[in-house]
Design a protein. Structure first.
Length: 350
């Protein structure tokens, strides 16, 4: 059996760093493209675009804190003994890593509920899925995630031992209240509850799409091109979000189960702990994959995303081409302006 420590290093350093860098680049492009969608004329998809821009930011924060609090100490163990790193991880790195995890989870819930309303209650979508309501929902979601995550700021403190520093558990972290918080609030409410909400909403969306497609097939034989195009845009956005949320469900389910066992120390000290520890290392990587894979899912299933991304790159290519052309023209103008002077000078010398 592979040692759990070795698995943690493999998943955190070579694999984790590679996926995180790819994810950060993908999230940056996603934020840029969805910002363009937000400024364009895509109707009800504007609120969805706003949620996805915020999700890209939250996922990027998660990946950055994963690199600083997990990959870095795994690759450079001596860093973990310095006062600056121990202080950073105790009061900033550890709590904010969990803040971004929870924020990412609940932003997926928010965008899923937003799409659920659009599909199930199209007549009320204009009111309930407006940009203003989306902004309020995002602010409320992030605020609640931060407030509920406050106990994680009191889990660790720096402690000096023989001239080096280490992270020591606080009295709160050792208490029964902390264990109950991790299980009931973090594992059950903050992780398992959103999983159930997203699964329910996805089920409703899929059922409604299948039912409407069947009704349309039975009632209509010809569809006007303009209506077909308008409906196709909404269907493509819905299919894209289904892909995002289904990957979320699969990866979160594994992470939820293993994290509960790991954080509560169930079986610690026994022969089965190596299995739990190994499973947790893989589940931790699943969180990183979940925060890195959305760009690929957008490209594969999002027609609006692909269209705006190509428009973005095309505009950048034209800008670069225009700038290069202007520089060439300026250079030629300068060269032509100096030629008469040089020829006159040559004639005078002759």
């Amino acid at each position: 059996m592979v040692d759990a420590v070795k698995l943690h290093w493999i998943f955190s350093v070579p694999i984790g760093i590679t996926i995180s860098i790819f994810g950060l680049l993908g999230n940056l492009l996603s934020a840029i493209v969805w910002s363009r969608v937000l400024r364009s004329n895509y109707g009800g998809n504007k609120s969805t675009a706003l949620y996805l821009v915020t999700l890209a930011v939250a996922d990027s924060g998660l990946l950055l804190f994963f690199l600083f609090t997990d990959s870095l100490p795994m690759d450079q163990p001596q860093v973990t003994k310095t006062y600056s790193f121990v202080t950073f991880k105790s009061y900033v790195g550890f709590p904010f890593f969990f803040f971004f995890i929870v924020s990412s989870i609940w932003l997926v819930v928010a965008v899923t509920v937003n799409r659920f309303i659009m599909v199930m209650f199209p007549l009320k979508a204009k009111k309930w899925c407006s940009l203003t309501r989306a902004k309020l929902a995002i602010i409320l979601t992030l605020s609640c995630c931060f407030l509920i995550n406050i106990p994680h700021f009191y889990n660790f403190r720096p402690m000096e031992v023989n001239g080096t520093y280490t992270m020591a558990e606080t009295d709160y972290a050792k208490s029964g209240g902390a264990a109950r918080y991790e299980f009931w609030v973090h594992c059950m409410f903050l992780v398992l509850a959103p999983w159930a909400v997203v699964a329910f909403c996805n089920g409703g969306i899929i059922y409604t799409l299948i039912r409407r497609a069947k009704e349309a097939t039975e009632k209509f034989h010809k569809v006007k091109d303009e209506k077909k195009g308008a409906g196709s845009n909404e269907r493509q956005m819905t299919i894209m979000l289904l892909g995002v949320t289904f990957s979320f469900l699969v990866l979160l389910a594994w992470q939820c189960v293993t994290q509960c066992f790991y954080m509560l120390g169930i079986g610690k000290g026994g022969s089965q702990w190596n299995v739990i520890d190994s499973a947790f290392s893989a589940a931790k990587l699943g969180v990183v994959i979940n925060s890195s894979i959305n760009f690929l899912l957008y490209c594969c299933t999002g027609a609006a995303f692909r269209k705006e991304m190509m428009a973005f790159f095309w505009s950048k290519a034209k800008t670069i081409s225009f700038t290069s052309s202007m520089r060439s023209t300026t250079r030629l103008t300068k060269d032509s302006s100096t030629m008469p002077k040089n020829s006159s000078l040559a004639e005078s010398r002759a």
